[in-house]
Design a protein around this ligand. Structure first.
Ligand SMILES: [Zn+2]
Length: 245
């Protein structure tokens, strides 16, 4: 038992007793952390508003028998813009919902941490259409968890090329030989969009791409949702709240 430091991003929190909250965070070193913030709901609490959802904080924690205790929290990035803008907040909610569902306690996942931080940073600027950042985040998160969508090869026989058949179950594009009868063929543009959404680190070009090829983005977005819900085996409750053009 003792105290330790961690930095993390607040995923959600809920009331405990009269004045406390249980806070879920994605920690940079410890994976998911569930900890108690005592007195956080009292006016003038020492935590101020620093433990709000989306906040990136530097923490001092004390190990408890069941839940750890947050003894100090300093802000690294508040992401207040994401909380105050309706569309950005809805988009951010999908990101933290997925992370809260898949991150494991005591399991360091640096790729997921960096992805969440980048996703929230992309929303900080108050983009007109934050839905495209949700699509990219979901596909990249699935990739970080071991479910990478094939866009440059057939997901079954691995023959390289831009194939026209797109399958949720098989995990990406399929060549004509491997596509089961009834598999839907899509425009090459849709596969290009899925590839762009999956490309690590690529955020800046997403809004422009969504403006230029709205139909391909709509098709790709429904593919991404189905892909993530199938392979991660869960429904994303907050997904329908994200405004879509
Ligand atoms: Zn094939």
């Amino acid at each position: 038992m003792g105290s330790y430091r961690e930095q993390g991003i607040v995923l959600r929190s809920y009331k405990l007793g009269e004045t406390d909250r249980i806070v879920h965070l994605l920690g940079q070193r410890h994976g998911k952390v569930r900890a108690v913030a005592k007195g956080v709901r009292r006016p003038g609490s020492r935590f101020g508003g620093r433990l709000e959802t989306f906040s990136h904080v530097d923490l001092q924690l004390y190990e408890g028998r069941n839940l750890d205790m947050i003894t100090q929290a300093d802000l690294i990035a508040s992401h207040a813009e994401v909380r105050t803008d309706f569309a950005a907040s809805a988009a951010g909610s999908v990101m933290v919902e997925l992370v809260d569902a898949v991150a494991q306690e005591g399991e360091h996942d640096h790729a997921l941490f960096l992805l969440l931080r980048a996703g929230l940073q992309a929303l900080d600027a108050g983009p007109d259409d934050p839905a495209v950042f949700v699509d990219a985040f979901l596909l990249r998160a699935a990739g970080a968890l071991g479910f990478r969508a094939f866009t440059d090869a057939c997901a079954v026989c691995r023959r390289t090329g831009r194939h026209a058949f797109l399958s949720v179950k098989a995990g990406g594009t399929l060549c004509p030989d491997c596509a089961p009868t009834g598999t839907r063929a899509v425009d090459a543009e849709v596969v290009d969009v899925v590839a762009l959404l999956a490309a690590a680190g690529e955020w800046a070009s997403l809004p422009g791409s969504a403006r230029e090829r709205p139909q391909a983005h709509r098709t790709a977005a429904s593919y991404v949702r189905a892909f993530v819900e199938h392979h991660l085996d869960r429904q994303l409750r907050s997904y329908p709240s994200v405004p879509r053009a």
